[in-house]
Design a protein. Sequence first.
Length: 346
Amino acid sequence: MKIVVDTMGGDNAPFINIVGAIQYLNDPRSVGDIILVGQENLIRQELQAQSFESPRLHIHHTSQVVAMDESPTRSFKEKKDSSLKVGIELVKRGEGDAFISAGNTGATMTYSLLTLGRIPGVDRPAVGAFMPHEEGATLLLDVGAVAEAKPKNLLQFGIMGSIVYRQITKKKSARVALMSIGEEGEKGTPLVKAAKRLLEEANIDFQGYAEGRDIFNNKFDVIVTDGFTGNVCLKLAESTFKTLFTMIKSRLDRPSRLIGARLIKPVFTELVGIFDPNNYGGSPLLGIKGISLIAHGSSNEKAIKNALFEAQRLINSNLIEAIEQEITASLSTIKYTDMDEEIIHH
């Protein structure tokens, strides 16, 4: 097993990517080799600073870097030797089993799609994110790949989400729902209503509409939405938890509450860990013919380590093969109308 890391990607690159890889390799649960793709002199300097050597760590030199705000299509054409482009090409050639980048999200999605290709039956890929709750986690998708979705895109997201959830959790079924503004069938935008009709025809356990509050309870296993709405949900959740924990901590630091603070500190620490996005590492890009994980641009070394373990788990789950086999069968009974093939603006 070889996992490819875009060493030059992210706000804190290359440091966090290298240290995250070291932490992964030092963990007894790790089984993969790491290929650090990027500027070799910088990588070797950091490895020397960390006094780290391992036969499981490899360096693949590249001379160019894709900036966080760079145009994906332009950089794909102009930067043939970027760590992002070369890293994904290693997976395409079979020299790597998965790819991870905390760099330019749009570029990672574009490069993955153009280089690895789509799974038959999937028109647009989706990014999935597991959102924690008291009894496990809800898979929310899409959280940023397709801002303007067609009804058939949401159908495909629902089928892929069901497959991914079952494959990773080893459960026999997944309760799938569609994000809307109420449980009633007449509510929702024309896009949501059209997607609901398609999902009802699909060979999945579709249970109707979900509301925003259902992301963080155990009512559904998979919640489907467009990338714009999903990304807003994801970023809102992250900022809400961060603000909430900061506000609680500032109030517990007051002298009159220090005794109580000591009593609840273990619980507080546990909850901070559960909702820390760095504990979840990366989100897989679903629907492409290969494993490509997108990590936060602000990821720290713990996030990269956890993304590497997520890649290890996805490789072992044979996820791509499962999606390829099931999605064709699931779509075989669906008949698209003209509206299902269009972006609905109103």
